[in-house]
Write a protein that binds this ligand. Structure first.
Ligand code: GLN
Length: 286
């Protein structure tokens, strides 16, 4: 049976050629048929319009497009973020960066947080959602990304939060901000860090190259991180932390860059897979 002739939900799922978990997500999100319902009613009929929507979505997944783009959203740190091909799909390992931020942000009102390369706003908004009194800024080099981040912040954050709405800035790392913005308690970033010739880029082809490789492509993937660390370290308040996500084989090099920028307490955190994934250092206290 071809998918076009599928009669019921389970038959469609089997004929879809998708991993079961992906087909279940499409049935749940596009047809309103959850897993329990599918088990109870495998022959649940699919209306022609629903079937067409399922077929279009399945074709995009078979072409390698991330499920998050097909559905238009992705869950991150308990938030349902809207995503589109203008932004990187938030990854679960990036929640480590948020957890580091929440553990190291001073509790006082107005503590200043900056997310460099914010994309969908995932990291900035997750911090803002947990710390209502923090003042959060996000920078991105893509105006399309900032539109998505702003929309996510409006949908997901309380209008009444004490720290106000996050401020979004378009530009190249710290150059997006005025010279006077230099007393951050915390600067976080999930920057582009994929090496220019990394074979994994083929599998990531639906995501923005600017978010993966950046504009300073380098064979070691550190082109943007070198620039970012040099620009960001001097803008920390004494005692403030800079924390970056990086690739599985970049921890040692990133720690060296953080030390060279004058930061102390430099260390790396492992993700749930045991991979050194986030490195951080702090500006010396005066
Ligand atoms: N972690 C992403 C990957 O799948 C890369 C994200 C990034 O470059 N910031 O390789």
């Amino acid at each position: 049976m071809s998918p076009g002739q599928a009669s019921g939900a389970e038959a469609w799922l089997r004929a879809s050629g998708l991993a079961r978990v992906d087909a279940l997500a499409l049935l749940r999100e596009l047809a309103g048929i959850g897993h329990a319902m599918l088990l109870a009613h495998p022959d649940a009929p699919l209306a022609p319009a629903t079937l067409r929507r399922l077929q279009r979505a399945a074709a995009r997944l078979r072409d390698g497009e991330p499920l998050a783009y097909v559905l238009g959203w992705r869950e991150f740190h308990g938030l349902r973020l809207r995503v589109a091909p203008a932004v990187l799909v938030p990854r679960p390992e990036t929640e480590l960066l948020v957890d580091f931020a929440l553990a190291h942000l001073p509790p006082r009102d107005g503590a200043r947080v900056l997310d460099l390369g914010t994309g969908s706003g995932a990291v900035a908004i997750a911090i803002a959602a947990e710390r209502a009194n923090a003042r959060v800024h996000g920078v991105d080099a893509s105006a399309d990304a900032l539109r998505i981040a702003r929309g996510n912040a409006r949908r997901l954050l309380s209008r009444a939060r004490a720290g106000g709405a996050p401020r979004w800035h378009l530009g190249d790392w710290m150059q997006a901000l005025p010279e006077s913005a230099r007393d951050f308690d915390l600067i976080v970033s999930n920057p582009p860090y994929v090496a220019a010739r990394d074979p994994h880029l083929a599998a990531l082809r639906h995501e923005p190259r600017l978010a993966l490789v950046g504009a300073r492509a380098a064979d070691d993937g550190l082109g943007e991180i070198r620039e970012l660390v040099a620009q960001a370290a001097p803008r920390l308040r004494p005692g403030g932390w800079l924390a970056l996500e990086h690739g599985y084989d970049q921890a040692r090099a990133v720690r060296a860059l953080l030390r060279r920028a004058g930061l102390t307490g430099v260390h790396t955190l492992r993700d749930l897979a045991g991979i050194g994934r986030v490195s951080a250092g702090r500006a010396p206290s005066r």
